[in-house]
Design a protein around this ligand. Structure first.
Ligand code: NAD
Length: 261
């Protein structure tokens, strides 16, 4: 391992890539807005070109920062590398990567097909690998970077509501990957962390939750309410920030106290 050395100065306007950021009620879109509010330029990466451009436009209009919307399937390695190259060319210095794109598979283990199993790992793990390898090379060239993997409480406790073995396994992989990146990329001025959201009211949980379902979930929590996308975006924003530079290899639980409830 190379000798650690302090990271370079934060640029006045850094750029972050947020994957899976075009989902209208999702964590990624909320994160794009939160970062832009603090002055970040933002690249919105998601499957659809139109949807990604629409969120990029909305973020630019609301916060007055440069943005780019890119329709990318992150499981396609060439497409992922091309996207990072474009961000590097067209936006200010790339500092942050939020690996937020994900798919769940609430299929019981005895019924899950190999295709379904592979799809969950392809998006959550391999997509993260492609995006991170491409982005980390750019970050290392500036000796400054912030990587956040969006994992899940399922990685820590086993899948419950919205994820079973494939999802939990893929999200657990993200924790190990982030910790290893913290070690390997630290000498290049790059931090790597994970957030592990609990029950957040978004589409991945099966659409808007009924009041009865919310009450059931809340009964396990210490804070007396279900999580919001803004709860998760706030933690990601901190981990990407200049002030977050002493935090690396960590997993931040954003779950309303579920573990000790
Ligand atoms: N909502 C929750 O309660 C919760 C809890 C724990 C973890 N998470 C994780 O947080 C992240 C965001 O969750 P969300 O609830 O906002 O989900 P969401 O389904 O609203 O958003 C996920 C986004 O990822 C995109 N995506 C899927 N496959 C892709 C691919 N191959 N290439 C590019 N983009 C792709 C989708 O198009 C979608 O816009 C996910 O990784 C999810 O597993 C969510």
């Amino acid at each position: 391992m190379a000798e650690p050395s302090p990271a370079a100065e934060f640029p006045a306007q850094p750029t972050a890539i947020v994957t899976g950021a075009a989902s209208p009620r999702g964590i990624g879109r909320a994160t794009a807005h939160r970062l832009a509010r603090d002055g970040w330029a933002v690249a919105v990466v998601d499957l659809g070109q139109d949807a990604s451009e629409a969120v990029a436009r909305e973020v630019a209009e609301q916060h007055g920062v440069p943005t780019l919307g890119l329709g990318v399937d992150i499981t396609d390695r060439d497409a992922a590398f091309a996207a990072v190259e474009r961000v590097d060319r067209e936006l200010p210095q790339l500092v942050g990567l939020v690996n937020n794109a994900g798919v769940s598979s609430p299929v019981p283990f005895l019924e899950v097909t190999p295709e379904e199993w592979r799809r969950v790992f392809e998006v959550n793990v391999h997509g993260t690998f492609h995006m991170t390898q491409a982005a980390a090379a750019v970050m290392a060239s500036h000796h400054l970077g912030r990587i956040v993997n969006v994992s899940s409480v399922s990685a820590e406790r086993g899948g419950g509501v919205y994820g079973r073995a494939a999802y939990s396994g893929a999200k657990a992989a993200l924790l190990g990957i982030a910790r290893t990146l913290a070690r390997e990329l630290g000498p290049h001025g790059i931090t790597a962390n994970s957030v592990a959201p609990g029950s957040i009211d978004t589409d991945i949980m099966g659409g808007t939750l009924s009041e009865a379902r919310k009450a059931e979930l809340v009964s396990d929590l210490l804070v007396g309410r279900i999580g919001t996308v803004d709860d998760v975006a706030a933690v990601i924003n901190f981990l990407l920030s200049r002030e977050g530079g002493y935090v690396t290899g960590a997993t931040y639980d954003v779950n309303g106290g579920l573990h000790i409830a």
